[in-house]
Design a protein around this ligand. Sequence first.
Ligand SMILES: [Zn+2]
Ligand SMILES: [Zn+2]
Ligand SMILES: [Zn+2]
Length: 281
Amino acid sequence: MQFTYLGTAAAEGWPAVFCRCTFCQEAKRLGGKNIRTRSQALINDDLLIDLPPDTYLHKLAHNLDLSRVKYLLLTHCHMDHFYPQELTVRGSCYSHEMESPHLQIFCAAESYALFERCARWEIDEASRSHLHFHILKPFEAVQAGPYTIVPLPANHMQSGNEPFIYHITDAQGTSVFYLHDSGYYSPAVWAYFRAQKKPADLISFDTTCGAEDTHGHGTHMGFPDVVRVRDEMRSIGLVGPHTHCVLNHFSHNGHLLHAELEALAAPEALEVSFDGKILQL
Ligand SMILES: [Zn+2]
Ligand SMILES: [Zn+2]
Ligand SMILES: [Zn+2]
């Protein structure tokens, strides 16, 4: 399995769209891995995780053929993870000679409702007929071609929304936990982690809060939270010697630039994501 981080920032991007704070100025000055766009990842070339406003930028920056994507997995309907209007230019006269004209979209009911509200009026019938929504239920596995996807409830948005984190396994048994966006997980999610029979190949951790310790009470995490969670996962066998444990989803409000994140992460054997980071799993 090839896993590519396309976007590694929180909602405002880093440097943030309208911000002039020290951390944004510094990211701009340093450039390179400090330039972070909105959250998105790609598995092989056919499973896309999230559809942020920076999808088009990702296509340009990484020379992607997004017409090959057959499966779209949505974590939740915050704008840095789902920009439904993008789907109005998929198919019909907007995209010719696509490798995969049909797109299977896996999401919670409210992400589908957001699509209906924001894009339904604008999308033409030919494009709409090639989108196939599958509404997910927590802990109920679905099959997307060679991928088995298990949505797990995230500890993230309030007020009746249903954000998901995901366990994705391919036909070879390569196992990825994509844990964005989320604070500390519920007992039911920990029970799911414990039920796994082998260590994961990749675990991608929410590190929005930078060096801050939320003590497990936030709807995002900071570095000290991630270290504790990783240790807890190691004690139940979900993290093994070959598991890539990657910090991801960063914000200027978390303050840590890429080199500072690397300096914190290295002694703990954690990796730091950047836009364009590729893992062969
Ligand atoms: Zn986010
Ligand atoms: Zn800023
Ligand atoms: Zn979010």
